[in-house]
Design a protein. Sequence first.
Length: 306
Amino acid sequence: MYLSNTSAYRLSMITLLVLITLCVCGAKVAAEDIALSDQQPTLSARLVRSDSWPQGDVAVILHGTLSHRDTEIIQSLESLLGDEGVSTLAINLSLGVEDRKQALPCDGPHRHRESDASIELARWSAWLTTQGVREFTAIGHSRGANQIARYVLDTADPLAARLILIAPPQWSSQKTQDAYRDRHGKPLTTLLAQAQEQSANERGDALLPGNLGLLYCQNTRATAASFLSYYSDDPLRDTPTLIAGISRPVLVIAGSEDEVASGLPTAIAERAPRALVEEIDGADHFFRDLYADELVEIAIDFMHDE
């Protein structure tokens, strides 16, 4: 068959494009749902393996309050880190739900505890060990940043080589009380006293009487233990205070327009001066669109700077 110079050129370009497409597609492994059923509850996560899995860069990603792995910021982190050759494990906290894959409904009843996060992160770390992973970067967003840092502080997990905390929360007892009254219209101290009394009478797993507010959920039901786990006085709810006790490298990424976690650079400088802080100008709490690209560029530099 005779091909003109133009036809031959077109054929060669098509072949080149096909080869490039194959190479690009070959560099990314399809996302894989992982169900961890070693104990109850069954845990859910999404694993995306790079070509270097399991020896290369691995990131464990934790979502924010009552959220899940399919929010925009988590998916952006998976995609952009994957483009940089990082394998990602985006986990869902169970929040007391078997194999949870979606947002937790506010109507409750709520039996989960904030400390459940450390138990579940330990299970995922043990699973990663069975897969041959030697270390990972622990990444958390919002409340998930505090929870993943608390896990590292409490367990000194040798696999968690470094932490990237995105818009982590600050905390003070008075501000928490004020925020609770503003959001839910009730005094937090009264409910805490009820929960403490119920727990002292060995009824921590029983529901508190009547409807109440829990986190951003209004008019819901919760056990005394669940309520106490999120609202009892604990200085380590304040992420700058928490990370001051962590010896691993820590990067905090803040947004200049973040109204949820405002004032982070100053707070980190005052209470955790060893931590690295990067503030992205114009970003809000969720680092949408091009802010996510900038966030991941900073994260990659941090991961490879050691």
